[in-house]
Design a protein. Structure first.
Length: 138
């Protein structure tokens, strides 16, 4: 998947490894957020989203809101599993505002619930650089 910067350079020097970049800083996709993750970070994000989805399915009462959130998480997981960067490479994921919001809400829920944070502490620490968190606080 190629995301050239405004001057046509596919390396896009303003895009950094393990960083979430707004569309204004990166590819010309208005309103979208570009998430660039290493293979380890992709695996960590998949594990957290899959685990949270299972927890929500098992422990939250079925409501239209919960069902919509589960659908959004499943769609994100499908996109994450489709990314398979080469060893040492990066996976680039362009997220709509709704996808980005869903992802941030799930990660916030995991980070603020002690039982969930403990369960996925290692994965959250791997994701910390991509989301600007201090890994020592996880």
């Amino acid at each position: 998947m190629s995301h050239p910067d405004p001057d046509g350079d596919p390396a896009a020097p303003r895009l950094h490894f393990g960083k979430a970049t707004s569309a204004s800083d990166g590819p010309a996709d208005p309103g979208r957020t570009l998430l660039i993750l290493s293979r380890d970070q992709l695996a960590a994000l998949r594990a957290v989203l899959a685990g949270y989805r299972q927890e929500a399915f098992q422990h939250l009462l079925p409501t239209p809101e919960r069902n919509e959130r589960l659908r959004q998480i499943q769609a994100l997981l499908g996109r994450l599993y489709a990314l398979e960067p080469p060893p040492g490479g990066q996976g680039w994921l362009s997220l709509s505002p709704e996808e980005w919001s869903c992802l941030l809400q799930v990660l916030q829920a995991v980070r603020t619930q002690p039982a969930l944070q403990e369960r996925w502490r290692q994965q959250l620490q791997r994701l910390a650089p991509a989301f600007g968190w201090d890994p020592r606080t996880l």
